[in-house]
Design a protein around this ligand. Structure first.
Ligand code: NAD
Length: 261
């Protein structure tokens, strides 16, 4: 077993925000399993991070909608790193459609990954933590869209509101086991998710030039720019650290000042 302070699983960490969180966990001394549906990108990420962190980083192919694959990723973490202390349910995607055309197929696909995936990840991580007697930390990736619905992102907004509800329900269910459940809500983060979203919005006619959709949203950000993945790490680091031990069921927005509440 490698010499680590604990084990962590991050779903959807082959790239984007999840990858940056995996890096932060590695820097803090955790052993990390990247659980992602994309083995090509995930494998390349692990190869790159392994240059600095050696055997402290592993890849597990897991679709968060498939319980057995999520359970296997958690089992790999326990085997390699002696347990699971941190679970970050981060995998998610968006597919825009005008509100009146929002379809059943897209609704089901988005709700499956973004909401059911968080329920399954929370359940499987909590079962392992309870079995090991670990007072672990479960952290979910919500979004500003879970606090304020966007017309072209109706299923996505609903799925992120579900993430907030699951965070609250999980916190109430698992406090008795000493497990905390919190969420963070990014605003607009420049990741590959936005490349696809930007192209989809252009095709829909919701923007008229490449990059315009994201740039337009930046105008509504008090701090005057969209985020880089690294901008969310400090707050999430607080959520996985002992500094947040007396905090559960909460959602922290990291959006440069977009949704004020
Ligand atoms: P991304 O598209 O760059 O990365 C998402 C990762 O999730 C990819 O590696 C992908 O392979 C993986 N993934 C997708 N479906 C999966 C599944 N079924 N099982 C396992 N892995 C799967 O996206 P990102 O911007 O890094 O987003 C990460 C999270 O942050 C998502 O939940 C997203 O909704 C949320 N978020 C992003 C933004 C933003 O502006 N980028 C804002 C708010 C919230």
């Amino acid at each position: 077993m490698s010499n680590v302070k604990g084990g962590a699983v991050v779903t959807g960490a082959a790239r984007g925000i999840g990858r940056e969180l995996a890096l932060g966990l590695l820097q803090d001394g955790f052993g990390v399993v990247i659980a992602d549906v994309n083995p090509e990108v995930g494998g390349a990420t692990v190869d790159e991070l392994a240059k600095e962190f050696g055997g402290n980083i592993l890849f597990a192919k897991a679709d968060v909608t498939k319980r057995s694959e999520v359970a296997d990723a958690i089992a790999a973490c326990r085997k390699a790193f002696g347990g699971i202390n941190v679970m970050i349910n981060n995998a998610g995607f968006n597919k825009p459609e005008p509100f009146l055309k929002a379809s059943e197929d897209i609704w089901r696909a988005i709700m499956d990954v973004n909401a059911l995936g968080v329920l399954i990840g929370t359940q499987e991580a909590a079962k392992a933590m309870i079995e090991d007697g670990t007072k672990g930390k479960i952290i979910n990736t919500a979004s500003i869209a879970g606090r304020s619905g966007f017309p072209d992102f109706a299923p996505y907004s609903a799925s992120k509101a579900a993430v907030i509800s699951l965070t609250q329900a999980g916190a109430r269910a698992l406090a008795v086991n000493g497990i905390t459940v919190n969420a963070f809500g990014p605003g607009v983060v420049d990741t590959p998710l936005w490349e696809k979203l930007d192209a989809d919005l252009l095709e829909m006619g919701a923007s008229s030039a490449p990059g315009e959709a994201m740039a337009g949203l930046a105008d509504a950000i008090l701090l005057g720019r969209v985020a880089k993945p690294a901008d969310v790490v400090g707050t999430v680091r607080f959520l996985w650290s002992p500094q947040s031990d007396y905090m559960t069921g909460q959602v922290v927005l990291i959006d440069g000042g977009m949704v004020l509440q």
